[in-house]
Design a binder for this molecule. Structure first.
Ligand code: BG6
Length: 485
């Protein structure tokens, strides 16, 4: 059996769910300048160049210096309205309560609290909004699980301060963390610092112009320090706080037993995943990264006490997302590639989603075991789910048996990891429990929810909420503590 206080719930993020982008004194965030990229499958970013011309980027990270991000009135920006949780929070939390949620993972929008990022005092209206959200959750006995930073940052800090490349950003981030830790003391106990810390690469998440390897590792160092300081501060403010990291846990397999494939997989999983969890769980840079930095002549500028800060700011638990696995290969003729030119092969044993993500429930059990063996820290599955197109029937019903099948198969494997392998698992929060905007493509039609939201890729729709078949199924799963699948 899963433990008694196992947290069943669902997960969202402010920039994909909340909307109200210019309400309540909120400032612009990097995510607000990204337009719908469903046509190119990549998100676009618009800005003014030195000659005051609007420039659109299509999924590229290259942004010249001295530009200013802009909102172009002729473009559609999905995050501006998202699915309008800002005005629907009572209805949405009531739906979560009806499903039996014991927790709700969400993120705070940094610019609702500090609109530019560098202010001395927070925006009271922004703080009040989250007071209302948390109070509403607690009314139903739902524990908020709060991500402090989910894929965006204040636009001002990105454009004027060079984002996470600047050490100053650490100070501003900590001010924001301290503010929310103090304000929501007694209301929020579960926190996570940076969403999918191992996937922060683009301008929107790092706020860094003209990215290169040197800048990347420097910006990441600042993020590690910011996370560690936030963990320390959070514990000082409330010893009850549980503060975790958040890892994008893409499981990788070597294509064959050729030792070269196995060796490649080891290196890929370290560089793409374990580097980040090693630093945040063990409190120091692993030797394989120190050697890599040395080889590549990358020198991270550190301050005097940085090593101590990392040691003292280890996380309490590991939150992670799990959607799929991937196959790495040394075969030259393999077609698709993962970042850094790593060759990826198809997995002939797995089916894929409509968005070509391999579906691999057993990979979840394997992932849980690897992380548990490596760190012996409690684990929390804070994202999992199937992005799929849904069809609303004439009577308003939505028959998403494919989603139920996906979740059922993953929950079966999750339970095996707990019941047969003894993994310490805190909870399960499937992604986008109420439909929201896709992070990867800006689409609405890539839906994950158990609640349907009437909204399309261009922002048309009544925003009405409808219960899908998966809603009733998940309700039963929660009430039976995962026994009735
Ligand atoms: C994770 C992110 O990468 O996966 C979420 O934390 C994201 O923000 C989710 O939405 C699913 O990805 P996508 O691209 O289908 O929205």
């Amino acid at each position: 059996m899963l433990k008694k206080d196992f947290l069943w719930g669902g997960a969202t993020a402010a920039n994909q769910f909340e909307g109200g982008y210019n309400e309540g004194g909120r400032g612009l965030a990097t995510s607000d300048t990204k337009t719908n990229g469903s046509l190119t499958r990549k998100r676009k970013h618009s800005f003014l160049d030195e000659n005051n011309q609007i420039v659109y980027l299509h999924g590229s990270d290259y942004i010249p210096q001295n530009y200013k991000s802009i909102i172009d009135e002729n473009m559609y920006y999905p995050s501006h309205k998202a699915v309008d949780f800002y005005h629907h929070y009572q209805e949405d939390i009531a739906l979560m309560a009806e499903m039996g949620f014991q927790c709700f993972r969400m993120s705070i929008s940094w610019t609702r609290i500090f609109p530019r990022g560098d202010e001395e005092t927070p925006n009271e209206e922004g703080l009040k909004f989250y007071d209302k959200v948390f109070d509403e959750c607690l009314k139903y006995g739902i524990q908020p699980v709060v991500t402090l930073n989910h894929f965006d940052m204040p636009l001002y800090l990105a454009d004027e301060k060079n984002g996470w490349l600047s050490r100053e950003t650490v100070t501003y981030f900590l001010r924001y963390c301290e503010t929310v830790f103090k304000r929501y003391k007694g209301k929020v106990k579960y926190w996570m610092t940076f969403n999918e810390i191992n996937l922060l690469r683009g301008y929107d998440t790092l706020g860094v112009h003209e990215m290169n390897q040197q800048r990347y590792y420097q910006a990441m160092h600042h993020i590690f320090i910011a996370s560690a300081l936030a963990v320390k501060k959070g514990h000082e403010i409330d010893s009850e706080n549980q503060i975790g990291m958040m890892l994008a846990n893409i499981l990788t397999y070597p294509e064959t037993c050729n030792p070269k494939d196995v060796e490649l997989e080891l290196n890929v999983s370290r560089r793409l995943k374990y580097f980040f969890s090693d630093v945040q769980c063990r409190g120091y840079y692993p030797s394989y990264i120190l050697k890599l930095l040395e080889r590549e002549k990358i020198v991270i500028k550190k301050e005097a006490h940085d090593d101590e800060i990392l040691k003292e700011g280890c996380v309490d638990y590991i939150g992670f997302s799990y959607y799929n696995s991937g196959v790495v290969t040394t075969r030259e003729d393999a077609k698709s590639t993962l970042g850094n030119g790593v060759k990826m092969a198809e997995n002939p044993y797995l089916q894929e989603s409509e968005w070509k993500w391999p579906i691999d429930p057993i990979g979840l059990r394997i992932s849980l075991n690897i992380l548990w063996d490596r760190y012996q820290k409690p684990l929390f599955i804070v994202e999992n789910g199937l992005g799929a197109k849904d069809q609303e029937e004439a009577d308003g019903s939505i028959h998403d048996d494919y989603r139920v099948a996906y979740m059922r198969d993953h929950i079966i494997e999750m339970k095996k990891a707990v019941e047969e392998d003894g993994v310490d698992l805190m909870g399960y929060t499937p992604w986008g429990c109420i439909d929201l905007v896709s992070a990867g493509t800006g689409e609405m039609k890539k839906r994950y929810g158990m609640v349907y939201v009437d909204m399309d890729d261009e922002g048309n729709g009544s925003l009405k909420r409808l219960k899908k078949d998966s809603f009733y199924w998940y309700q039963k799963v929660i009430s039976s503590q995962g026994e009735d699948l």
